[in-house]
Design a protein around this ligand. Structure first.
Ligand SMILES: NC(=O)c1ccc[n+]([C@@H]2O[C@H](COP(=O)([O-])OP(=O)(O)OC[C@H]3O[C@@H](n4cnc5c(N)ncnc54)[C@H](OP(=O)(O)O)[C@@H]3O)[C@@H](O)[C@H]2O)c1
Length: 332
């Protein structure tokens, strides 16, 4: 079967299609034929070796954390799954930059990481939703839950995670301000949860936020990192929350903790989806909530581009340049 691997870190050119022989699933494993694979910004970080790798991986590395598909075979100890079941997963239980392997036609996975898909959620919806939705879920359930009357600032509000956060916060009754890179993204963000948008590459987002929310916002949800993080402190009301969940523009620079006190005794969170909803039961519950948000129309799930798996280098190049909105899928 075919998979996309890297033999060294680097640009999109290091992505290679390889042929591998997949062994039968182990006793606690399920073999899944992928029908849709979610592209995530973290795949780019793993590919280029930035941010997370520490001592570095054992090459070759098959990238990817998220996919949906159909069960082909189950190991001898597996209960609750059978051939033909439609399933999806986001992460396999370990660290997301270690337990990769979703960029493949098929994969053997621990049964414990799989979620069964309801009939009214398509494979493509699941692959577009699970990882980004569980990231929004960890933020809303464990960091700051937007309240009616709150104003919330969401950076990169047209991005995969950002567009889910903006819609979820709006659904909970908050007024959402979204920063975006282009006018087209502003229109996308306004159709996906944002009452106000700020073109943060040409406009001072702190001043714009303070014009809309003079007392400061209740929380800022930031997946951009380096370019937005420190300035965001000036957008938040006293005792408000700063949630950094990503670093699309680069790592957050070291900073003095006293800044949080000086800027209004702010609470700081740095969540990761991999530590949220880790048991099959809690994961099923968290995914069930996401499916219901989609089903009810509270979250409109947008797949801006689908690429054949073999065209993954182009998909990475475009995502890395910030050209996507919503979710991007690879189709084996
Ligand atoms: N903590 C977790 O568990 C978790 C889970 C999922 C993702 N993440 C992280 O969250 C971040 C966003 O993920 P995502 O899937 O929402 O990403 P995405 O859909 O690919 O969007 C990233 C957006 O970031 C903005 N951006 C700002 N500066 C950028 C730069 N220098 N290069 C590229 N893009 C830049 C762009 O929007 P504009 O054009 O509007 O600026 C871009 O479209 C990533 O860092 C990802 O690794 C973390």
């Amino acid at each position: 079967m075919k998979a996309i691997a890297i033999h060294r870190n680097g640009g999109p050119e290091v992505l290679e299609m390889i042929d591998i022989e997949l062994p039968p699933p182990g006793p606690a494993q399920v073999r899944v034929r992928h029908t849709a694979i979610g592209l995530n910004f973290s795949d780019i970080n793993v590919r280029n070796g930035g941010f997370y790798l520490g001592s570095g991986p054992q090459f070759p590395v098959i990238l990817g954390n998220e996919a949906a598909g159909v069960v082909q075979a189950v190991g001898s100890e597996v209960q609750g799954f059978k051939a033909g079941d439609r399933v999806a997963y986001a992460g396999t239980g370990g660290l997301f930059f270690v337990d990769t392997g979703a960029y493949a036609e098929q994969r053997n996975l621990p049964a414990s990481c799989l979620v069964k898909l309801p009939d009214d959620i398509s494979d493509r919806q699941a692959a577009a939703l699970l990882l980004k939705g569980l990231t929004a879920s960890v933020i809303i359930h464990r960091c700051y839950r937007p309240q009616p009357g709150d104003v919330i600032l969401v950076h990169a509000a047209a991005s995969g995670v950002g567009s889910l956060l903006a819609q979820w916060a709006s659904h909970l009754g908050a007024t959402v301000i979204g920063t975006v890179g282009t006018q087209a993204k502003a229109e996308f963000a306004q159709a996906h949860g944002c009452r106000h948008t700020v073109l943060y590459r040409s406009e001072d987002f702190v001043a714009a936020t303070r014009r809309i929310a003079p007392q400061g916002v209740a929380a800022v949800f930031d997946g951009v990192g380096k370019d937005t993080f420190i300035a965001s402190f000036d957008c938040v009301r006293p005792f408000g929350a700063v949630v950094n969940y990503g670093n699309a523009s680069g790592n957050v620079p070291p900073f003095n903790l006293m800044l949080l006190a000086q800027k209004g005794c702010l609470a700081l969170h740095r969540p990761g989806f991999g530590f949220h909803a880790v048991t099959p039961e809690t994961r099923a519950e968290a995914c069930g909530e996401l499916f219901e948000l989609v089903r009810s129309g509270a979250i409109k799930l947008e797949v801006s581009r689908t690429y054949a798996l073999k065209d993954v280098a182009q998909a990475h190049a475009e995502a890395e340049q910030g050209r996507s909105t919503g979710s991007v899928l690879l189709i084996p």
